[in-house]
Design a protein around this ligand. Structure first.
Ligand code: ADP
Length: 354
């Protein structure tokens, strides 16, 4: 509660824009079902979902429409959706406490997306770095959905009038765009939407680096340099032992190359403080043996990932349960979405009956 009190001032204005939630600020976030969840998804997003579920009104979504922009083949979609749900629950998310739902089960999002498209300018969308990256990676599939991805993301958030959005660093810019659209709508019509903020408790947003020192861990790129929550123990060890290092420090307290810094960042997340301090000292006095360092990191990873993996497997095999979660999540989510759309239609003059 202490944290929420600290926020109360900034919240004052926005809570007047949110529906009645018993005083709980509204939170929304989503993950695309484009592959296996990885450590980046965990530390950038899901860890905060779990922490937030008691104090906030939470809407967490599996973003299947977003997946179509880069993954048009839907053969694996159902499996992927079930797995993302199971992995979220295995990480500690409680579907009784939050609305855990699938994006395409909420048609109201599509209507809001359509309306927001008129507030979005093509020029600014074309300048979005994530759009440019995707065009570079996949020049043969530059679809309009890719361009308007940030508009759909804004609709996902604004449909619940969410104030906080727990996401990793890679989503920071999309959040800024969502804030702009909320502001434009409020200014053009009437104040309906709080301006949503990227959220990571008191800290900077996180970027979990890949094991090869290049870029971030990701569901669909860098698969051998990404640690997935479904990786078995041997694979985790293999990936960590193969991670990129250099020849080692030759002078005391020398600056760390980025790939070594990354491995220390990962170690801090899954190993004890003593272990990290031990290897940090060894680095600083040039006695570090990267083989030992990586073994300790690998064991920390195995200890962290294996219980989540086993739990996720068992949840994923229970299709009846997962379908119930999706159905109930959609009900909770639609209840909120319908209320917002009613307001949106009213203030934008799109209600034609007396
Ligand atoms: P991916 O990029 O792996 O396909 P998504 O786009 O589905 O992941 O993102 C789901 C959530 O996980 C977002 O909040 C995103 O910011 C976060 N995320 C993804 N990769 C990382 C990473 N390497 N470090 C931190 N957060 C990440």
């Amino acid at each position: 509660m202490h944290y929420l009190r600290a926020l109360s001032l900034t919240m004052e204005k926005s809570t007047t824009l949110q529906p009645e939630t018993g005083g709980k600020p509204i939170v929304m976030s989503g993950i695309r079902p484009t592959g296996y969840l990885h450590l980046g998804n965990y530390f950038g997003a899901v860890q905060n979902y779990v922490k937030m579920q008691d104090e906030f009104r939470c809407y967490f979504m599996v973003a299947d429409w977003h997946a179509l922009t880069t993954h048009p083949d839907t053969k694996e979609l159902r499996n992927n959706i079930h797995r993302v749900l199971a992995e979220n629950i295995a990480c500690g998310l409680d579907p009784e406490k939050v609305a855990l739902y699938c994006q395409s089960h909420i048609p109201e999002i599509a209507e809001l997306y359509l309306l927001l498209n008129s507030l979005a300018y093509v020029g600014e969308l074309e300048k979005t770095p994530t759009f440019k990256d995707k065009v570079r990676l996949n020049p043969n599939n530059v679809n309009a959905g890719l361009l308007t991805y940030p508009v759909l993301m804004a609709a996902d958030i604004l449909i619940h009038r969410a104030r906080f959005v727990p996401v990793g660093k890679d989503q920071e810019q999309h959040l800024e765009i969502a804030r702009n659209y909320a502001h434009r709508f409020n200014t053009r019509y009437e104040a309906v939407f709080p301006e949503p903020e990227a959220f990571n408790y008191h800290q900077e947003l996180i970027k979990i680096p890949s094991l090869d020192g290049a870029g971030k861990m990701s569901k669909s790129e860098n698969q051998y340099a990404t640690l997935y929550l479904s990786d078995d123990d041997d694979l985790i060890r293999k990936k960590v032992m193969k991670s990129k290092t250099d020849a080692g420090p030759t002078e005391k307290d020398s600056p760390m190359p980025v790939e070594i810094k990354n491995l220390f960042q990962l170690m801090q997340l899954v190993c004890t403080a003593e272990t990290t301090t031990h290897f940090m000292q060894a680095y600083n006095d040039c006695t570090i043996r990267y083989g030992d360092f990586k073994s300790a990191l690998a064991e920390g990873m195995v200890k962290f990932i294996s219980p989540i993996r086993e739990q996720a497997k068992s949840i994923q095999s229970n299709k009846i349960y997962l379908e119930k979660v999706m159905r109930e999540g959609a009900e909770k989510s639609r209840e909120s979405a319908i209320k917002t759309l009613r307001e949106v239609r009213r203030v934008s003059g799109m209600n034609y009956f007396t």
